[in-house]
Design a binder for this molecule. Structure first.
Ligand code: 8YV
Length: 327
């Protein structure tokens, strides 16, 4: 009698042809439609699984781990992994992996696009035109802020932050950054960015872009106090995680003219968007799509599949997944 194959759970419909690679080794349990799970449903889905391939929507913490005695590996599709309780997974001996690098350039492209749309009021202008308000050409219609010649502040100077900085130098922007640790001088020179303290970054930026990981320490880092330090002409762009920004304080600043505009791809309570932000004209809102080019989303799933196969002890990298997350 042949041994039953280990079971892996794939939480969302991804790309069937990429996921099919898992079927060479495992019994794959997946879903045909986009699914929203309760914590209990995630526990139930993991109860007989040896591995899981999940997205940012699926939270795996102590409760799910306790319900999953056979679970040995969780492959996250995404570079951010605040949906996973890494210390708890590590204590249980479960390998967790993510998908860095493959999404860096696509996400940096999008961050830059969102910055341009926000500073130059592109979506606001389009909505205004479609709503039939454009009756006569006027010199002062939808005046925005320049990128060229301005100062870009980047909070979080990992791979994606550095990708943004490289793009900014093509636009003749001066780049300031703040990060947990300062980059080596050679990297600073290459990306043409200068390290400053957090408060100096807030005060100096004409445009502030958030590209840092979400953690307890970064929760509401951009709060009322931080927003007050920014220039009233500044724009704020968030492609990191919604919880980094206090959305009510942001809505206050935008409504009160203490900040020119915001571009947000991420939100505290996705997919719910704070109604106060929805009501403001000077906010560009996108549904967490920064890594969403077809090629990159395929590459992310493919890398997550490689990670899961290797973490469960199969394939050419058996036992050594390319992207383990260290606790
Ligand atoms: C993903 C992201 O789309 O990589 C990340 O951290 O936020 C996005 O690129 C998301 O994580 C999918 O699970």
């Amino acid at each position: 009698m042949t041994e039953p194959r280990p079971r892996v759970w794939v939480s969302q419909p991804l790309f069937d042809d990429v996921i099919a690679r898992l079927e060479e080794h495992f019994e794959v349990v997946s879903t045909s439609g986009v699914a929203e799970y309760t914590p209990e449903q995630i526990s139930a889905a993991l109860s007989k699984a040896s591995g899981a391939l999940v997205t940012l929507n699926e939270r795996i913490g102590a409760e799910q781990i306790a319900a999953a005695p056979q679970l040995r590996a969780v492959a996250n599709v995404g570079v951010g992994y605040n949906n996973l309780d890494i210390p708890a997974l590590s204590r249980a001996g479960i390998i967790a992996t993510n998908t860095p690098d493959v999404l860096t350039e696509t996400t940096a492209d999008f961050g830059f696009a969102l910055l341009m749309a926000t500073a130059r009021r592109i979506t606001e202008a389009e909505r205004w035109l479609r709503e039939g308000h454009w009756r006569q050409w006027s010199f002062r219609t939808m005046l925005g802020a320049d990128l060229h010649g301005s100062t870009l502040g980047i909070l979080g100077m990992g791979r994606i932050g550095q990708g943004i900085a490289r793009r900014a130098s093509g636009f003749d922007m001066r780049v300031l950054y703040h990060n947990r640790s300062r980059l080596p001088e050679a990297v600073e020179r290459e990306v043409r960015a200068s390290y400053v303290g957090f408060d100096a970054l807030l005060a100096g930026a004409d445009h502030l872009l958030l590209a840092l990981p979400y953690a307890k320490e970064s929760h509401h880092l951009i709060d009322a106090r931080a927003l007050l330090q920014m220039k009233p002409i500044a724009t704020l762009v968030n492609i990191a995680r919604g919880g980094i920004v206090d959305e009510d304080a942001l809505a206050d600043a935008l409504a009160g003219g203490r900040l020119a505009a915001a571009g947000l791809d991420v939100f505290e309570d996705e997919p719910t968007v704070n109604p106060r932000l929805l009501a403001l004209r000077n906010v560009v809102l996108t549904p967490h799509i920064a890594s969403g080019s077809l090629a990159t989303r395929r590459a992310m799933v493919s890398l997550a599949v490689d990670n899961l196969i290797a973490a469960l002890g199969y394939g050419p990298n058996a036992g050594a997944p390319p992207n383990p997350i260290r606790a």
